[in-house]
Design a protein. Structure first.
Length: 590
């Protein structure tokens, strides 16, 4: 069992390294820039390796007459060139690092936009945002702050060891006693750091999710007097992050002093043993000074390598999560054909769908939607009406059955082409932060003229309130459109649909949350929008659906009634009950 555990740990470690390299290679960093940077790093290190040799000769042959202007100029020039090359090399490696991280973020952002809705059903938004920002920042820290030092450090250590073996192989072997000591310290602490770092990243993602959720619904928080509750929820996350931070600090507090202790012991041993060799004549004073200078050229990079491996343990956890997102299944959209003709019958054939296995939301439903006609969908809450719209939009794929247009399954068409034919107006009427103009043209790549903005605003009965705003179409609406009323948001959503000029219109209880005055205006705008379009309407209010060409009644994921309003009044008891309740409500209000 112990051997199996060791093997698994080794496999995980190699997997982490492979994933990191795979992630970096996926961004296609400039090989030319990397080659130049590495060449400069090697050159800088090699020049640095010559300085102790020069010092050695200076000490062994020291006299005022030996200090020629040429030697001093040569040494000064070498140091200046080394500093310039080193600075240029560090900049170029950092440039590569920044471009790699930008490439990772670009891939991640592109991926997040093509992931299916089901991914976001299972992952909180704040957690995903944390992957995009915090996890990539950890990878960035490794590449920009530590990778350059790691590469130059390796070269410096290898070069110094070779020169030291040539200077005095016995003292070099004595120096090697520090390697197993450092390994004994770093290996267990590195494993511990990996575990702590993964926990820290998970907790950071969770905390980000809590903060984003609370701040995005701050009105609900204040209206519910939930500040204290949410403060306590956030405080738990802060305390958890604090505890993980302390665990990291403990590990770093152990690594630094322990490595420093090993180095000090090594220095004492080298000085003692080297002093004996100098006194016996086996070693010159210049050789000992050069040896100690090379020792520092090993010790300092060793500290950098320690920092690199500590950061690497953090980065592997972040890499795993980034790779998980990049490997997630995308919405299927491979080289599919455009929709040739939307003026055809939509056929839903034996459709079954469940968000979770064994919990069907829609069960074996079949119906057809005639082109240019209005089909209404009514029924109790939770009967699957909005889920049906999500399937028509291809946000999800059914477990059984199909949806087809003129006999061709809709998943044969490209998502962009299919969705561009649909105008969706929901009761939430989602609005993005920005201006009214930004919201009306949202998603359209074509240029929209001022005349078109005015035309669709008039058709949506939004022109009057837009004109009354201080900046008109350029008025900022705030996050999620908080500066607008519900009716105004709905009319902007309708204007957006007009501008898209969709062939299929889907209205999901578009007037259910409005007051009677706003509802009247929005209903008039919707009537304009529905003209000549294939329309599906979800509505609780029968006034919306009485004139529909066809009505479907949903109950618990099944269609239990189908026909016109008059037919269903006669044949469907629950529909008749719905109608009577609506009429009583209307009479009461009247």
């Amino acid at each position: 069992m112990k051997g199996c555990k060791t093997y698994m740990e080794g496999t995980t470690k190699h997997k982490g390294w492979r994933q990191f390299v795979q992630l970096v290679r996926g961004t296609k960093p400039s090989k030319l820039l990397l080659s130049i940077a590495l060449f400069l790093s090697i050159s800088t290190t090699l020049v640095g390796l010559l300085v102790p040799l020069f010092t050695k000769n200076l000490i062994n042959d020291f006299s005022l007459s030996s200090l020629s202007t040429g030697k001093i100029m040569l040494l000064a020039s070498a140091m200046i060139v080394q500093a310039l090359a080193s600075g240029l090399s560090i900049y170029m490696l950092n440039h590569i690092g920044q471009s790699v991280v930008a490439g990772i973020r670009d891939r991640l952002w592109k991926k997040l936009l093509v992931l299916p809705i089901s991914y976001y059903d299972d992952h909180q938004t704040g957690e995903t945002v944390s992957r995009m920002t915090n996890d990539t920042a950890v990878v960035k820290g490794l590449i920009t702050d530590h990778l350059a030092n790691f590469l130059t450090g390796i070269i410096s250590i290898v070069g110094s060891v070779i020169v030291l073996l040539l200077l005095d192989w016995r003292m070099t072997l004595v120096m090697f006693i520090a390697i197993p000591l450092a390994f004994v310290i770093l290996f267990p602490l590195g494993k511990k750091m990996h575990i702590v770092s993964k926990g820290m990243q998970d907790e950071t993602a969770s905390f980000t999710s809590v903060i984003q959720q609370v701040l995005s619904e701050i009105r609900l928080v204040k209206a519910s007097n939930a500040e204290k509750i949410e403060y306590n929820n956030g405080k738990k996350g802060i305390n958890q992050l604090f505890q993980y931070g302390l665990k990291e600090a403990k590990i770093q507090a152990l690594i630094g002093p322990l490595i420093g202790l090993v180095i000090m012991l090594l220095l004492v041993v080298i000085l003692g043993y080297g002093g004996m060799r100098v006194s016996s004549g086996a070693l010159t004073a210049g050789d000992l000074v050069a040896f100690i200078m090379y020792l520092f050229q090993i010790v300092m990079p060793m500290g950098q390598l320690t920092a690199f491996f500590t950061q690497f343990q953090k980065a592997t956890g972040a890499t795993e999560r980034i790779i998980t997102i990049l490997d997630s299944d995308e919405e299927s959209n491979e080289m599919k054909e455009d929709v040739p003709n939307m003026n055809q019958q939509i056929i839903v054939d034996h459709l079954t769908f469940a968000y979770k296995e064994g919990e069907s939301v829609l069960q074996d439903i079949s119906f057809s939607v005639e082109s240019g006609k209005v089909t209404a969908i009514v029924g109790p809450s939770g009967s699957g009406k909005t889920t049906l719209f999500s399937l028509l939009e291809q946000f999800y794929q059914p477990q059984l059955g199909s949806v087809s247009l003129g006999g061709v399954p809709i998943d044969h068409f490209s998502l962009q082409s299919w969705r561009s034919q649909i105008g969706y107006v929901s009761q939430e009427s989602p609005i993005i932060a920005g201006s009214i103009r930004d919201n009306i043209r949202y998603g359209l790549e074509k240029e929209v003229t001022e005349e078109e903005f005015i035309r669709v605003a008039k058709m949506a009965y939004a022109d009057q309130f837009i004109q009354d705003l201080p900046q008109g179409f350029d008025t900022e609406v705030g996050e999620r459109g908080v500066k607008l009323s519900g009716g105004q948001r709905q009319r902007i959503a309708i204007a957006r649909a007009f501008l898209r000029d969709p062939k299929i219109l889907m209205l999901d209880e578009a007037t259910s949350s409005l007051d009677s005055k706003s509802e009247l205006v929005v209903q008039q705008a919707l009537q304009n929008l529905m003209k000549g379009r294939t329309t599906l309407v979800i509505a609780h209010r029968l006034s919306t659906v009485i004139d529909a060409d066809h009505i479907l009644f949903f109950e618990k994921g099944k269609i239990t009634g189908s026909g016109t309003h008059a037919e269903l009044i006669q044949s469907h008891s629950l529909y008749r009950e719905f109608a009577e309740q609506q009429l009583r409500m209307t009479e009461t209000v009247g």
